[in-house]
Design a protein around this ligand. Sequence first.
Ligand code: BYC
Length: 480
Amino acid sequence: MNIAQVDYDGLIPNNVALGQDVRVKHALEKWHPGYIDWWNDMGPEGFQKSLVYLRTAVSVDPKGWAKFDYVRMPDYRWGVLLAPQMEGRKVNFGAHKGEAAWQEVPGEYRAMLRRLVVIQGDTEPASVEQQRHLGKTAPSLYDMRNLFQVNVEEGRHLWAMVYLLQKYFGADGREEAEALLQRRSGDPDTPRMLGAFNEKTPDWLSFFMFTFFTDRDGKMQLEALAQSGFDPLSRTCRFMLTEEAHHMFVGETGVTRVIQRTCEAMKAAGISDPYDIDKVRKLGVIDLPTIQKKANLHFSLTLDLFGNEISTNAANAFHAGLKGRYREDRLKDDHQLESGSYPVLRFIDGEIRNEDAPALSALNMRLRDDYVGDCNNGVSRWNKVIADIGIPFAMKLPHVAFHRHIGEFSRTNVDVDGNILSPADWTHRRTDMLPSSSDRDFVESLMQPQFEPGKFASWIAPPKVGIDNKPGDFEYVKIA
Ligand code: BYC
């Protein structure tokens, strides 16, 4: 079988020769109806019968892996796709560095590996649940299609993790696969596992911020898992990253188009003060300070997804060769980190300051630092748009200690510049830094659907190019 080609003959498209793996094939076929029920209950609300111009993977060859066509979402061919196996691949870090990469789960690391797969798997359906109401207020058919593309691919990423659970973890893997369909984002009794995936995504600016910030955590975590010595996990994550690039694109260009529209409208109306919020809002666009507050919220919620700054779990996963650093294979050191140190920002004696910690224990921090660098690159691109239009404003990431619920700073109040605040000052200044209920109401008031092909809501600029090079008035979703 050609690994690059995807076999579409059976119920479950795959490039893992599922036809010859009867036990796993049956297990996945048994799981399939529950997944479809979940999708119908918790997937995009109101558009399940509509034809959506979606891309589907037909190959895992990086050049030309997808085809575009109209599909009803429940008919999307969710499948199991792994990047091709690399001949002679080794464990590249940790205590087993240099050994042949594992094709089966190493017994001693079974529980740790299962936990990583389950946590990764849990985030995927969670994001679909969080975004399920957004179709109804889409600012264009182009954006609606992008939302649905992200949603079906997050669904596929759930399949990716469920395949690993079913194939490599026996009965407890099957139980975990069931549980992934039972938990619900925001449910008080059966919530999703990580904090940010239980928050609401109430409007489209939140969606773009989520895909900019939280999907970028997805990218970092997948990059770290793609380094895994457990080869099936590495191959799975490598292909997921190919799909993830579009999600980053949706977030980055989405926020950019909102900013661009605001700045253009201000310029046309002769408003130069970005803080003249009432006047800017009257133009039917989102003022820059509110966009900044949304960024503050989503960045801080996403930082919590990196776990504690000092983490034995992270050290153990690296030592075991299961989860590496961001692009481990490009780093130049001993890849074992037994003796090195890493500066960690901590809250000590009432002050925020760097303290060296053993490099192994500081791996969450290191990944978070790489993430912050990646976010900053995106923010610079937003700022170029603002500067080019000539508005005196610059977006910036808040301090990493701002508005945190996990780790070192979860018990202290810190402003966006990193100054420690008393509880009273925090309460007083909170809505200067995070969206207030009136900011939320205003953004929500703009969320009027625009379903005419080629038209866009007042608060967002059209994209530079269409998906699959389609013309501006292309009907990306045929609403039924
Ligand atoms: N919320 O030792 P620590 C994506 C728990 S996003 C709740 O610091 P560790 C996507 C932690 O579980 C990427 N609990 O934890 C994006 C632990 O509990 P136990 C998803 C939290 O393991 C958009 C305890 O606190 N993938 O793909 O070093 C759309 C001690 O913490 C949280 C992954 O995250 C939290 N935020 O770090 C769709 C990769 N943080 O075990 C998809 C897999 C920590 O003591 N996961 N805790 O009961 C991991 O690598 C790690 O589990 C974490 C946490 C980085 C999440």
